[in-house]
Design a binder for this molecule. Structure first.
Ligand code: ZN
Length: 144
């Protein structure tokens, strides 16, 4: 394993073992559940949105290190972003893990998941939280 791969692995394990923003969120604007039956991953994503900006993002759930670390890093990254910015980050994350593009610098620690692009069976683990995010933002968009 290269030094870079070891560093990535460590980042993923740290987030999986001690996930950031873990727990339900009182007064959430929207709550969305996501499930990846092929691996058994499950998350509930909670967003608090004010004036089109995500002021708080939390999640609960369980599953493999990839799914949980992705949710942990994602909730770190989207806090303080507008809904449009969050969707832009989602596109960049998917370009990395689905299309195998090099990680956009804005993705920060999430770049640690770039190796998932070479593991097709794990792509759904990495994108679980992001699909929940997209669904949550869609629900907010439809709200009056
Ligand atoms: Zn998984």
């Amino acid at each position: 394993m290269s030094l870079l791969e070891e560093l990535y692995r460590e980042t993923i394990m740290q987030h999986a073992q001690r996930p950031h923003n873990f727990g339900s969120l009182e007064g959430a604007t929207v709550k969305v559940g996501g499930h990846n039956p092929s691996c058994g991953d499950q998350i509930e994503l909670y967003l608090k949105v004010e004036d089109g900006r995500i002021v708080e993002a939390r999640f609960t759930g369980h599953g493999c290190a990839i799914s949980q670390s992705s949710a942990s890093m994602m909730t770190d990254l989207i806090r303080g972003r507008t809904l449009t910015e969050a969707l832009e980050l989602k596109k960049k994350f998917k370009a990395m893990v689905v299309e195998g593009r090099p990680p956009a610098p804005e993705l920060g620690d999430l770049g640690a998941l770039q190796g998932v692009a070479k593991l097709p069976a794990r792509v759904k683990c990495a994108t679980l939280a992001w699909n929940a995010l997209e669904q949550a933002i869609g629900q907010i968009g439809e709200a009056p």
